[in-house]
Design a protein around this ligand. Structure first.
Ligand code: SF4
Length: 375
C-alpha cells in the first residue's frame, strides 16, 4: 500500500488577519494544553485504524508555532510513536513571525521537524498592516535567520499577490527579499476576499485589483521568480529543484492523507471525510463524510494544477485505461489559443492557462463521458 500524508491542524492564532476565512481562535494556556492532549489522544486512536506508513507530516493552521516548541515536540513524538513514519519523511511546521521569539528552532529540528513554512505575505510593512498581519518585515527576517541557525535548510515563505495598494515595485521587493533570505520554496497566492471576513465588509473601499490587473501581477510574479531561480511546479508554488513540497504533492497527485483537528480533511480508501469547524466536534470525534473521492475528473483537475500536468502513463496506471482522444483533441484546441501544452506524454497548462484554470479544466473534463467519470 502507498504511504500517506498526515496533516495535523492547529486552529489557534494570536489575532485575526483581515482576509482570513479559516477557522482559528486565540487560546488560553489551558486551552492550548487541552488541545495538545486531545490531539495526542486522537492521533493515537487514528493510528489503530489507519495502519499506514506516513511519508509526510504537516503541522498547519492557524498558527502552529503559537503552541510553543514543547507542545509541538510532544505531538510529533506521539506521531512518530503511533505511525510508521519513514526515515526520510518530510515534516513541516507552519510558523508565523509573531510567535517565534520563544521558539527553540534547534530543539524542533532535533525532534524531527525538517521543513518550515513561514507566513511572510509581504516584506512591505504598510502592506502587512493593511492585511492585518501582526509582524514586520524585520520579524520575518529574524525568524528565517533564527530558523537557519537552528539547523533548518528547507524553508518556504508565503507571499500574497494583489494586496490593496501593492505595486510592482513593492512586489518585486518582497520577492527579492525571499531570495535574499536564501529560502528554498515560495508559495504565492492571489488575495481572495471571502464572505465573512473583515475585508469583505469593506471590499468596496479597498480599491481591489481587477481580474485583468491580478492576471498581470500573477504573470509578473512567475517571470520574476523564475529569474530569481525558483521554478514553478504548481499553479501557486515555486521552488529550487528538489525542494517541492512533498506533502502538498500528495494532494495534487490525488493521493491519500489523514487530517486530524477541527476542519481537517482526509482522503483514505476513496472516502473523503472531515471534522467540522468546531472544537467540541473534534473532541467528540464527530466526523462528516463527503461524496466519494478519487474520480477521474478530480484526478485530472488536480494534475492540471501541476507544471508536469496530466501525465498519460500515470493516468493509465491509476485507472487502467488511456486518456481519451476527446480530451487530447480539446487540449489541442486550447493549445492553439496558448492555454495548454500537449505532448505525446502529457497535457499541461501554460501560465496563461493557469490564469483561467477553472474554465480550462472544466472544458477538458467535460470531454469525459458522464457515465465514466467515477472510478
Ligand atoms: S495567521 Fe493565518 S490562519 Fe491565522 S488569522 Fe492570519 S491568515 Fe488566518
Amino acid at each position: 500500500m502507498n504511504s500517506i500524508g498526515l496533516y495535523i491542524h492547529i486552529p489557534f492564532c494570536d489575532g485575526k488577519c483581515a482576509y482570513c476565512s479559516f477557522f482559528s481562535k486565540s487560546g488560553t494556556t489551558a486551552e492550548l494544553d487541552r488541545y495538545t492532549d486531545e490531539l495526542i489522544n486522537k492521533t493515537t486512536e487514528w493510528s489503530k485504524t489507519i495502519k499506514r506508513t506516513v511519508d509526510t507530516v504537516y503541522f498547519g493552521g492557524g498558527t502552529p508555532s503559537l503552541l510553543g516548541h514543547e507542545r509541538l515536540i510532544k505531538m510529533l513524538e506521539c506521531v512518530m510513536k503511533s505511525f510508521r513514519v519513514t526515515d526520510n519523511a518530510e515534516i513541516t511546521l507552519e510558523v508565523n513571525p509573531t510567535s517565534t521569539s520563544e521558539l527553540d528552532f534547534s530543539a524542533l529540528r532535533r525532534s524531527g521537524f525538517n521543513r518550515l513554512s513561514i507566513g511572510l505575505q509581504s516584506s512591505d510593512d504598510r502592506e502587512l498592516r493593511i492585511l492585518g498581519r501582526r509582524h514586520s518585515s524585520d520579524d520575518a527576517k529574524n525568524t528565517v535567520d533564527r530558523a537557519k541557525s537552528g539547523g533548518f535548510d528547507n524553508i518556504s515563505l508565503d507571499v500574497m499577490l494583489a494586496i490593496p495598494e501593492q505595486t510592482i515595485e513593492t512586489l518585486d521587493k518582497t520577492l527579492e527579499f525571499c531570495a535574499s533570505c536564501g529560502v528554498q520554496h515560495i508559495s504565492s497566492y492571489i488575495l481572495k476576499v471571502e464572505q465573512g471576513t473583515p475585508f469583505y465588509n469593506i471590499k468596496d473601499k479597498l480599491n481591489l485589483f481587477t481580474e485583468d490587473e491580478q492576471a498581470d501581477i500573477y504573470e509578473h510574479t512567475v517571470k520574476k521568480l523564475n529569474e530569481l531561480g525558483y521554478y514553478q511546479y504548481e499553479i501557486s508554488n515555486f521552488s529550487k529543484p528538489g525542494f517541492e513540497s512533498s506533502h502538498n504533492l500528495h494532494y495534487w497527485h490525488d493521493e491519500e492523507y489523514l487530517g486530524i483537528g477541527p476542519s481537517a480533511h482526509s482522503f483514505i480508501g476513496n472516502k473523503r471525510f472531515y471534522y467540522g469547524n468546531n472544537f467540541e466536534n473534534f473532541y467528540n470525534n464527530e466526523i462528516k463524510y463527503e461524496p466519494d473521492g478519487g474520480s477521474k475528473e478530480e484526478y485530472i483537475m488536480l494534475a492540471l494544477r501541476l507544471s508536469e500536468g496530466l501525465i498519460f502513463e500515470k493516468y493509465k496506471k491509476r485507472y487502467n485505461e488511456m486518456i481519451s482522444d476527446d480530451l487530447i483533441a480539446a487540449a489541442k484546441i486550447l493549445e492553439n489559443n496558448g492555454l495548454c501544452k500537449v505532448s505525446d506524454k502529457a497535457v499541461s497548462l501554460t501560465v496563461k492557462g493557469y490564469l483561467v484554470s477553472n474554465s480550462v479544466i472544466a472544458y477538458l473534463t467535460e470531454t469525459l463521458d458522464n457515465q465514466s467519470k467515477t472510478k
